[in-house]
Every structure is written in structure tokens, then in C-alpha cells.
Ligand binder design. Structure first.
Ligand code: ZN
Length: 378
């Protein structure tokens, strides 16, 4: 192969990377949503994407949602809304606004579908476009159409997505709890839980919430419970003294509250509450309205190699059966956001369902005490 051909191949390859750096990556991380006035618009999963830092949506579908006039010919698609016309020429791949070439080529074809940045489409056709990060939603509003405030809209969306308080049942309840996210394995867990229609409880590390805020938001929006697992997860810092301990949890709570609007009341002490959580730390927790959970079943998933993931499934089976035989009605299972746990989770859920366990997220209204200190006030 001569060096000219070599260079060409490298160049084409580099261009592909430059053009679509976020595609796939962003959608795997979390969904994004679009709202028009007070209504969430329905898009299939993956239809709303982030490409080059811009949120893009299918052009024609979004135009229909805006009640735009749509005219299609063999060569062009043209939409008109509020006196503005946006068109795309299939042959030249050029975007026009009111028949004038739009320099940035806003509309792009991907997998035979035309996509347009939602901000561009909204603003050109006279809408206000705001990104509401706590609900991962771009919201379009117009001055002339009545609508509630952004804050009321966020509250409404969050309320609609909250899972109902689970009904009391005779079945033993299993709480699947996931520590040490958010990270990319959290996203896989979310996907699996969605498929099986199961809710869990996540104990995130505050500093990682700062690194991956959209994964934390997505977890909350999916209806899982967000507990507290400290800001730093560093033994030396978290357990330095009672004040430091409380601050690690409060700071994380403030962070989650800002991000999701949710205030957490459940703490999981890093490395378990014994022997680290002293009596003065426990008193502070109570005084500030917190509960603290350890676990019934330790799957030791964190130290199991990915290829041995079935061992995690076995550890759940053995541990849960043991708890059930001991007449435990609420069984807390400790898992982590790790690749080996991603692999084990479908089998864990399938087994629990088959055995008739009810899998539920933590619910403050139905709190059960579960801590190694056997402190009933927590
Ligand atoms: Zn941890």
C-alpha cells in the first residue's frame, strides 16, 4: 500500500471520529426528552440524541409536534411555522431558512432519518428553548401560548414519574441496593431494571455524582430511590469525627437535591456501619432525620471476576434463602455498580421473580430498620 492511500484512509477514519464523537455514547448514558409547553413529547428511545454537544431530534416528527405545515417533494422537505420556512435539499444536503442557505447545515441525515438541533428549530420558528437539566429535558414555549413556570413543570414531571408506594404483601420483599455509582455500569443496571420493570435503591458517591450528573438524574427519573453514601467514600475523611461524617452526607444530599429535587433520608455507611459509625454519629443521623441501612445479604460482587459472575447469582440465592428461612420479611441485598454485577443482574431478577419475591425500592413510608448496630431508631 502506498503512503498516499494510507493517508487517505487515516483521514477518512479521523473525519468519522470528528463528525460523530458523541453519537451512541451519549444515548447509552441516558435518555433526553423534549417538552412543548406543559406536555412531554413522545419519542422512541434513542430518537433524541446528543451530537457534538447539541440535542438533536427527528426533523419531520418534531415539525408534526409543532403543527407546522409540511410539504414534501422528491428533492426537498419544507416546513413552515410562524411565518418561517425551513427546508432541506436531499441532493445538495443543504439546509435553507426562508430560502436562504443556512451556513451551519443544521439538518443532517443519519440512518435515513433527518435530524435537526432542537434549539435551532425552536428558536428559528419563534419558540423559547430552555434546557431543564434536572429532568434532562429541552422545553419549548411561546409567549403567546399559556403555560406553567419551569419550576412547576419540573415538579409535575417528577411527580408523574414517582413510583406508587408499594402495597403491603405477604411475599418477602427483596431490596436490591447498588453502591458506589454513578458510573457507566450504573447505566447498564438502569437498562436492565427498565427491561424487567424493577425498581432498586442506589447509594451514590457524591464526587461521582458531580462527575456524572446525567446518570444520577436518569436514575432518579427512572423511579429508583437515591440514598446517600458520602461525598468522598474515603474512610479517613468520612469517619474523621461525627461532624465530618454528617457533613459528608448532608453535602451529598444538597447536591442530589439541587440535581433532582429529591431529598434523601437514607444513609448507607461506606464499608458498613460497624465498627465505623460511632454512637455520636448515630445520634447526629437521628437528630437530622436520617435512617441508616446496612444489608442482610452481602454478595461480595466487588471481588468476583467478570467471567465468574454466576457466583454472584449463587450468593444472592443462598443468602436470600437463608434470610427467608430465618423469617426475614424484608431482605436487603448489597450489590455494586460493576461490570460483573451487570452480567449477574438479569439472572438475579429472574430467579427472585420465579421464587415469588417482591422486588421493591426503598420507601421512607415503609421503612424497616436494618443496621448492624441493631439501633431501632435508625
Ligand atoms: Zn461503598
Amino acid at each position: 500500500m502506498n503512503s498516499y492511500r494510507n493517508m487517505t484512509i487515516i483521514l477518512i477514519f479521523a473525519m468519522c471520529i470528528i463528525l460523530w464523537p458523541n453519537q451512541g455514547h451519549a444515548t447509552a448514558e441516558s435518555n433526553r426528552f423534549v417538552a412543548l409547553h406543559d406536555r412531554m413529547l413522545h419519542f422512541e428511545k434513542g430518537e433524541v440524541q446528543i451530537v457534538n454537544g447539541q440535542m438533536i431530534v427527528p426533523f419531520e416528527k418534531m415539525a408534526q409536534y409543532l403543527y407546522a405545515d409540511i410539504v414534501k417533494t422528491e428533492d426537498q422537505i419544507k416546513i413552515t411555522k410562524n411565518g418561517t420556512t425551513i427546508s432541506y435539499d436531499y441532493n445538495t444536503k443543504v439546509t435553507f431558512v426562508n430560502e436562504v442557505i443556512e451556513e451551519k447545515n443544521a439538518i443532517q441525515m443519519m440512518n435515513d432519518v433527518l435530524y435537526i438541533p432542537i434549539r435551532f428549530l425552536g428558536e428559528v420558528t419563534g419558540f423559547n428553548v430552555e434546557y431543564l437539566s434536572s429532568i434532562l429535558t429541552a422545553r419549548l414555549t411561546s409567549e403567546t401560548y399559556p403555560h406553567i413556570s419551569n419550576q412547576d413543570f419540573i415538579n409535575k414531571v417528577v411527580k408523574d414519574r414517582k413510583p406508587p408506594v408499594p402495597a403491603a404483601s405477604d411475599k418477602p420483599i427483596v431490596y436490591l441496593t447498588f453502591d458506589d455509582g454513578p458510573n457507566r455500569y450504573t447505566s447498564v443496571h438502569l437498562q436492565i431494571l427498565r427491561e424487567y420493570k424493577v425498581k432498586g435503591t442506589f447509594f451514590f458517591i457524591g464526587e461521582d455524582v458531580q462527575r456524572h450528573p446525567s446518570i444520577a438524574s436518569q436514575t432518579f427519573l427512572d423511579g429508583h430511590y437515591l440514598g446517600l453514601h458520602s461525598m468522598t467514600h474515603e474512610k479517613r475523611k468520612v469517619y474523621a469525627n461525627a461532624t465530618a461524617f454528617m457533613k459528608e452526607m448532608q453535602t451529598e444530599n444538597d447536591l442530589l437535591k439541587k440535581l433532582t429535587g429529591h431529598t434523601s433520608t437514607l444513609v448507607r455507611a461506606p464499608y458498613g456501619s460497624t465498627p465505623h459509625v460511632t454512637s455520636s454519629m448515630r445520634e447526629l443521623l437521628k437528630r437530622n432525620g436520617y435512617k441508616m441501612w446496612d444489608w442482610d445479604v452481602d454478595t461480595v460482587d466487588w471481588k468476583i471476576k467478570e467471567e465468574n459472575f454466576t457466583q454472584i447469582v449463587k450468593n444472592v440465592q443462598v443468602g436470600v434463602e437463608k434470610a427467608r428461612l430465618a423469617k426475614d420479611k424484608q431482605i436487603v441485598v448489597l450489590l455494586h455498580d460493576r461490570p460483573q454485577t451487570n452480567k449477574a443482574l438479569p439472572q438475579i431478577i429472574e430467579w427472585l421473580k420465579k421464587q415469588g419475591y417482591s422486588i421493591q425500592p426503598y420507601s421512607p413510608e415503609q421503612h424497616v430498620s436494618q443496621n448492624f448496630w441493631r439501633d431501632q431508631g435508625l
